[in-house]
Write a protein that binds this ligand. Sequence first.
Ligand code: C5J
Length: 229
Amino acid sequence: MAKYTFPAEPYPLEFEPESTALLVIDMQRDFVDPGGFGEMLGNDVTPLRSTIEPTRRVLDVARKKGLFVVFTREGHRPDLTDAPPTKLERGHLTTGIGDQGPMGRVLVRGEYGHGIVDELKPLPSEPVLDKPGKGSFYATDLELILRNRGIKTLIVTGVTTEVCVQTTVREANDRGFECIVLEDCVGSYFPEFQKAALEMIKAQGGIFGWVSHSRHVLPVLESIERVPA
Ligand code: C5J
């Protein structure tokens, strides 16, 4: 298998395309779209929306080169039996998880707001994992799916950087996966959390993983041989 290298911090990351997947975390209307749950809570969705275009470019080239692509969505069963009562109560929100929100019931599977934004619509062949928690490995079959494909390296994109992205990177790191987080393809409602979360990942020699930017990763992906189906 041919090896390639992504420019990254704290140092370049070697990878093999056959064992590399693109992970798109929770790019759901409720978090990202104007008029969704995130904005209803008083957040500015602009930093999250800025991730759509670079993520779409990475997704396009990943598809063109035959990389494995996996999407996640945070949300719950309509009867909320998989939602911890603590999560439902947290924040004492007037409109919270399971309640009727601007785009249907908030973070409930099958509702419009729970869906992935149109710009990044998954293909029928791409697994979409529904997760009840912040981490993508908790109570999902993500690890099984990745191991079955021989995946070792994850290109990580999505929202929000310090919540579901960082939790997932920590979970992946403990399971032996190498994560490269693309700073312009992950977004937070809070600029200071964006900065701190990315610094934490690459600190201490890459304690949880690597950080790079789509402008460094795209040319490398463009240069790889297409992975056979
Ligand atoms: C949050 C997420 N922020 N996908 N979810 O509640 O990061």
